[in-house]
Write a protein that binds this ligand. Structure first.
Ligand SMILES: C[S@@+](CC[C@H](N)C(=O)[O-])C[C@H]1O[C@@H](n2cnc3c(N)ncnc32)[C@H](O)[C@@H]1O
Length: 284
């Protein structure tokens, strides 16, 4: 049964409210909500002949009221698209960012589909990096670790939902991980300094978990660990790929790598031309 409320009228009214409340990217977020709740394509939304089904009106109203409170749209709809799949990302889980897909591109650039490799995803969160690699490379044996029990539960759910079986997901603090070496290591670690948190947009600072955003120090803790302990976690001919921020610590990370005489590195830029992923490996 349809209400006599046109989707486009409802949508336009929400846009005005969101704009007046200074919600970032309000049109894009609204389109995502409508698409997800009503199951209609963006192109259909702008056609003036769709009425809101009665049983969806309340859900739409509630969802837009959350958007007005700056709740991230990925938490409202409960999923985030990353590479070729949708990942469950309920509240409490770090929302995968599009720029992190560059790590996948870098691995794909280096490996064809054949090799049998062990892979470690440090701070796997929703599992987006490790699960995507496990799905692209059926011969990879991926281990995803995270300190957060909730992240582990959701990453496990994502792997099951996507029917990926060549990944093992474990609750583990990287700083206490028993020594084991991997062929490939990937990571998008918490890299904000604790003093940067208060400056973040409310949709980030009030919703992404603090432990996913920051090392609760200067942002360098994970990079220091990766570079100082590389020989304990990475095989001799292995490669590690990690995301870096565009911030005041970027040059410190680069200096740390350059000051280590055993390590070589390659930098990869994001679409805006910033160094975004670093590949490190042992000098031959
Ligand atoms: C920036 S999020 C990245 C999540 C996911 N890989 C992604 O790219 O969307 C960082 C993740 O590291 C986890 N984490 C924080 N401290 C950790 C630690 N000491 N050991 C393992 N994981 C940790 C957080 O819980 C969070 O899920």
């Amino acid at each position: 049964m349809h209400s006599n409320y046109l989707v486009i009228d409802f949508f336009n009214k929400q846009l005005v409210d969101l704009k007046n409340n200074n919600i970032d990217e309000y049109r894009q977020k609204s389109e995502m909500l409508i698409e997800s709740i009503l199951g209609i394509e963006k192109s259909e939304l702008y056609i003036n002949n769709h009425f809101i089904p009665n049983n969806h009106l309340e859900c739409l109203e509630q969802s837009f009221s959350l958007l007005l409170k700056d709740v991230p749209v990925q938490h409202i709809i409960g999923k985030t698209y990353f590479y070729e799949n949708a990942f469950f990302t309920p509240p409490g889980i770090f929302i995968p960012r599009p720029e992190t897909e560059l790590i996948i591109d870098c691995v794909q650039n280096d490996f064809d589909k054949i090799p049998d490799k062990t892979v470690l995803d440090i701070g796997c969160g929703s599992g987006c990096i490790g699960i995507t690699l496990a799905s692209l490379y059926k011969n990879f044996h991926v281990k995803g670790i995270d300190i957060s029990k909730q992240a582990i539960d959701i990453a496990t759910k994502n792997a099951q939902h996507l029917k990926i079986s060549n990944i093992e997901i474990t609750k583990q603090d990287i700083f206490e991980m028993p020594a084991k070496k991997f062929d490939i290591i990937v990571s998008n670690p918490p890299y904000l300094g604790i003093e940067e948190i208060s400056q973040l947009d409310p949709s980030v600072k009030n919703h992404d978990p603090l432990k996913a955003l920051s090392d609760e120090k200067d942002g360098l803790k994970f990079y220091q660990y990766f570079i100082n302990n590389l020989s304990s976690i990475l095989k001799k001919d292995g490669s590690m790929y990690f995301e870096i921020p565009k911030s005041k610590i970027t040059n410190q990370i680069i200096d740390m790598i350059h000051n280590n005489s055993n390590i070589d590195s390659i930098f990869f830029k994001d679409l805006e031309g910033n160094n975004r992923v670093i590949k490190v490996f042992f000098k031959k």
